[in-house]
Design a protein around this ligand. Structure first.
Ligand SMILES: [Zn+2]
Length: 178
């Protein structure tokens, strides 16, 4: 689960040097996003991240998100996940990573565009109704589903280089409808 809030800081004359900064808060699953198995095994540790980004950067993020027609929170989440994939989250300064990634937005634009628009269900050829025996996150909305939840498993073909297909679960709301 991720929540991202951007808000204007109240005007504070004593911090005039920061007058153009906005607060970006995000809570991010601290486990790696790319490995659904280890994510399932990990405790659902969430870390809350508060970081100040220059207003110009925030507007850049908003513009980019508008351009991609995705919420800013999705974009920030993608940047965070991207950063977490690159380095070991346990020892990394996530806030620093977000700032760095965001500051490289211009360069990274094309790569992030692909990533943020990536459809986690694109390789699924069928859905099978299942009852979860272990908690799992919806691949699409990332809503946490507890054991016993009636969910749907996305069936995929094995990917080259991987000895078994990734497990994909989706919640009822995210199941594609005819
Ligand atoms: Zn869902």
């Amino acid at each position: 689960m991720y929540h991202v809030v951007t808000q204007e800081l109240p005007r504070d004359s004593s911090r005039s040097s920061r007058k153009d900064e906005s607060l970006v808060s995000a809570s991010a699953d601290s486990s790696r996003s790319s490995d659904s198995e280890s994510r399932e095994k990990d405790d659902k540790k969430e870390r809350v991240l508060h970081t100040r980004v220059p207003a110009v950067l925030e507007s850049e993020l908003k513009r980019f998100a508008d351009n991609l027609r995705v919420p800013v929170s999705n974009l920030v989440r993608t940047i965070l996940e991207d950063a977490l994939e690159v380095a070991d989250v346990a020892t990394e300064n996530v806030e620093g990573r977000l700032k760095k990634a965001a500051s490289q937005l211009e360069k990274e634009r094309q790569r992030l565009r692909k990533k943020v628009l990536f459809d986690p269900l694109k390789d699924v050829f069928a859905y099978q109704a299942v009852t979860l025996a272990q908690s799992a996150a919806c691949a699409k909305c990332r809503e946490e589903m507890s054991a016993g939840t009636h969910a749907h498993m996305g069936l995929t073909d094995p990917q080259p280089g991987k000895n078994k297909p990734a497990r994909i679960f989706v919640c009822n709301a995210c199941l594609p409808k005819a």
